[in-house]
Write a protein that binds this ligand. Sequence first.
Ligand code: ADP
Length: 653
Amino acid sequence: MSLIELKNISKTYYIGNKVAVRALNDVSLKIEQGEFVAIMGPSGSGKSTLLAVLGLLDELDSGEYILQDKNIAHLKEDDYAGLRNRFFGFIFQMFNLLPKLNIVDNTMLPFIYSGEITEEKKQKAMGILKRVGLGDRLHHKPNELSGGQQQRVAVARALANDPLVILADEPTGNLDSKSSAEIMGILKELHGQGNTIVMVTHESGIAAAASRVLTLKDGKIVRDEVRRRHDKLPDSKTIEIKHKAKHVFSFSQLINYSYEAGLALLNNKLRSFLSILGVLIGVGAVITMLAIGTGAKQKVEQTMSSLGTNILMVRTSHRSRGIAMGGESSTRFNFSDYDSIKRMDGVKSVVPYVSGSAQVVNKNKNWRTSIVGTTYEYKDVKNSDASEGRFFSMSEGLGRKKIAVLGAAVVKELFADENPVGQSIRINRVNFEVIGVLPEKGISGWRNVDDQIVIPIKTAMYRLLGKDYIDYFDVQARDEESIPLVQEEIVKMIVKNHRLSEAASESIMVRNMAEIQAAASAMTDTLSVLLGGIAAISLLVGGIGIMNIMLVVIMERTHEIGLRKALGAQRGDILLQFLVESVMICFVGGMIGVVLGSVVSWLISTFVGWNAVISLWSVILAFTFSVVIGVVFGIWPAYRASKLLPIVALRYE
Ligand code: ADP
């Protein structure tokens, strides 16, 4: 049984549809266990191509590849990766070490693709490094070593998985003569210990170490010279082509990729910072915008509920069928309407209102504010019992007493820190006694409800505003179910009391607070979606930035991808590695973005006074979204990387 047998192998390179070069032309070759084969020939004769074919790094056009009597010419790429990992050790002219990793980690690279990384394997890697004379350099990075030492690390890496064959492409091509001699010494020693070696070289001095020399010319073997015969060695291990389906997402692999991704990010700090920044701003914006949206919604809901529950608003519009009819012709409510509504079945209470504005004076302080004339029912329906002093009673409310309950903002303007209860003020030059202060409610959408004075309705009508009608009512239904009935009854009653025509009845508006509440909620929901959507677009832009960076990263690291594939990385391994890197960028960006968004929301609510509420789900949403962006925008570059043919990646300039 030969170790490797090639039968009628051809490899042609095309440029477009035209044959560019017939790099290998019907080559047949047998390599036995324990041989040291040198491949020689002029430049361009096909030496590297033959070595790449032997190492399963390249696709064949035609011919058979028989490895230990098994034809493996038609396997899948991942199966080749498995075979490369376990049975081949590569040594390249340019060493191809990963500069970020120390030499032990470099030596251990093949282990990543052959299963779990264990302490035992680490010991083994260190043992091999000692064997090639680097025992005192274990924690060095490749760029801290001489060329000869770097190539020794590459030899150690080639030996890590006890390969069947060591394939070396001009291993001394980049070394001075002393280092060359050292490396050849190591190779000879390995050969002496029974290792099979195939080496490309164009120097006959180097080829002298080999036991057999093949000479290529124009893609054909023109000479095959056996210089030293040796006993045929027993096969050291037999191959098993179908490797066990490897668990691509093993935990130790993931850790390893995360570690390397971290190193890669740290290695290029400015670039990493900028790509993280894109995601960070996106996530921060999403969090802040959602916080503002949620805050607005909460505020609206609060305001609505402070207006009372099961409330119907009874108004007249001054417009009918789109034509302004003027104050005179619109319906004016009176106290008999008030009494009628009050007597209705489903009605709990009715609050009549007269409103206007007036100039208020306390000593030398002056303030213009709104005047609300109403009855004692106001304090119950509006949850507005006096926070200091008292509200007026039922009889006071319907009498014409000159008493007033002040809103907090009015108190602030007219009394500053003084207690207003019991004091006297002038409203439009009429003296009023302050009997209480309304509870503070804050700004409710369009107006400041604290900036008002509440007085008995008849006082307002006859002593202050000169009106003989009621402006509008708030009606509180007994429960939710009675709302529609009450709504209908009120309209009917008013139409009858005022003998309104069909057309004029349309000017009576009885609005249900629940409807208004729903409309307001829908509006704030739309606002949230809009704000969140705009922010999400910025996150998307960040994602595109990541894709861009990952494409550049992959181009820069094409060599590395080729090397990893040569060492046995399957497509899934490469895909996962670059995916981990882009997800890591998004993960870090997401984390900082959450913090940033929270800080900005806090700043906005503290200094601008908007209500901004960060909800847990918005944090989870933004964070998840950012990681998803990492996957979505990372997957295409990672996929492209994983698809590269090993030899193409290795030769990429
Ligand atoms: P050697 O190692 O003997 O110098 P190679 O095996 O590298 O030769 O190349 C054999 C021939 O194939 C050369 O003429 C080279 O230009 C050509 N060749 C190698 N790779 C490619 C490629 N990817 N596309 C086109 N031609 C190629």
